[in-house]
Ligand binder design. Structure first.
Ligand code: FMN
Length: 392
């Protein structure tokens, strides 16, 4: 439709997450944006996360007084200002010099949990002292279990509220579009390097001023050359190896004194196992389409998992959520909250902390509007009766 105006390049004028993505895309070299965007292999999972959400339709209730509605939610035993969690993302320092801190502060300001990645660019202790708010620590258990012990001990000391054990990255996904930007692991090819010259602000801030971001939480376990985001990409895959099992959950449960969530659950039997082992929550997630291709979308398995364990633990669902309509669909099907990955990263790239605020404002105001349009005064009034599955 050629008469329609194109979205603004100013993040403050972004009307939705897609507008914010467009602002972000222009601000970083292509290989950095591809790192954020990419899905595994043919990106079937990436696409079907969106298709599954879009295939659901609402059946609104009409003539309900909703002027006093709110979107607060109970999550892991505490009230949250919105039914959202900022999902863990590694390598945020490649997107913004203080990426982890910007995300954590914006989440604290809104009053929702922020989950810091094991492979963050800032130390977990620094986030705790400088951001505050509800902090969750994501855990990758690598072959050397001493790394997980170190992270757990430090997160406990720093007062993190919850530990999120990610289980779907034991074998690395192959993001082929991302890999095409490198001539060898961690070594961008000539085209990618030349592209950085078109982004002098990124080059100055990320490479020259502060130095290439490092995996600060892992520094004492990595050889110096491997501690940077670039060097680490060669050694990290070897450190992972597919050695994690349910025995590790029992081990972590003994070690970690506070809330424990498992991220990467997609079947009823795994959800029941997590509940039986005393976990406080699960993330239904396919890692935003970055790991297994042709994987089921979390929203598709949510109803059966919510029916099986929804009264025993908190259910957070992520992968592909871009609109308030998506968030409300998940809550109506039994989720307690939605994890946000790329949308807050678009805000971060677009404008740092104010950009993350903008992403959150967009998602919360859309959620609020949809609640009102459905005739609901709170998320507690949502239910599957408000959804209609199309026949084709
Ligand atoms: C750039 C990027 C880095 C990520 N890094 C991690 C990570 O370190 N640990 C983890 O558990 N999940 C990681 N994820 C997955 C997210 O936590 C989340 O599951 C996913 O992004 C949700 O999908 P969405 O991006 O469509 O919202 C990452 C995702 C992205 C996009």
């Amino acid at each position: 439709m050629p008469w329609r105006r194109r979205p603004s390049r100013n993040f403050e004028e972004a009307l939705n997450i897609s507008d914010l993505r467009e602002v972000a895309r222009r601000r970083v070299p292509g290989f950095v944006f591809e790192y954020v965007e990419g899905g595994a292999e043919d990106e079937v999972t990436l696409r079907s996360n969106r298709e599954a959400l879009e295939s659901l339709r609402f059946v609104p209730q009409t003539l309900v007084h909703t002027a006093d509605r709110h979107h607060r939610a109970m999550l892991c035993g505490r009230e949250s200002a919105a039914p959202l969690v900022v999902a863990p993302t590694g390598g945020n320092g490649m997107l913004h010099p203080q990426g982890d801190l910007c995300l954590a502060r914006a989440a604290a300001r809104l009053g929702v949990p922020f989950c810091l990645s094991t492979v963050s660019s800032m130390r977990l202790e620094d986030i705790a002292t400088r951001a505050g708010g509800r902090l969750w620590m994501q855990l990758y258990v690598m072959q050397n279990r001493a790394i997980a012990e170190d992270i757990m001990r430090r997160a406990d000391g720093a007062g993190y509220e919850a530990l999120v054990f990610t289980t779907d990255a034991n074998v690395f996904g192959s993001r082929e579009w991302d890999r095409r930007n490198y001539r060898a692991p961690g070594k961008p090819n000539l085209r990618a390097l030349l592209d950085t010259l078109r982004h002098p602000r990124w080059l100055y801030q990320i490479v020259y001023r502060d130095g290439i971001p490092r995996f600060r939480n892992l520094e004492s376990f990595l050889p110096p050359a491997a501690a940077t985001a670039v060097g680490g990409s060669t050694i990290l895959p070897q450190m992972f190896r597919a050695t994690i099992t349910w025995d590790d959950v029992a081990w972590i449960r003994d070690f970690w004194p506070r809330k424990l969530l498992i991220k990467g659950v997609l079947s009823v039997s795994d959800a029941q196992r997590a509940a039986d082992l005393g976990c406080d929550g699960i993330f239904l997630s396919n890692h935003g389409g970055r790991q297994l291709d042709s994987c089921v979308a979390p929203i598709e398995v949510l109803p059966e998992i919510a029916a099986a364990v929804g009264n025993r633990l908190s259910i957070i669902v992520d992968s592909g959520f871009r609109r308030g309509t998506d968030i409300v669909k998940a809550l109506a099907l039994g989720a307690h909250a939605v994890g946000i990955g790329r949308p807050t990263l678009y805000g971060l790239i677009a404008a740092g902390e104010p950009g993350v605020d903008r992403a959150m404002q967009i998602l919360t105001s859309e959620t609020d509007r949809v609640l009102g349009q459905l005739g609901c005064r709170s998320v507690a009034e949502l239910g599957p009766q408000l959804l209609h599955r199309r026949l084709s």
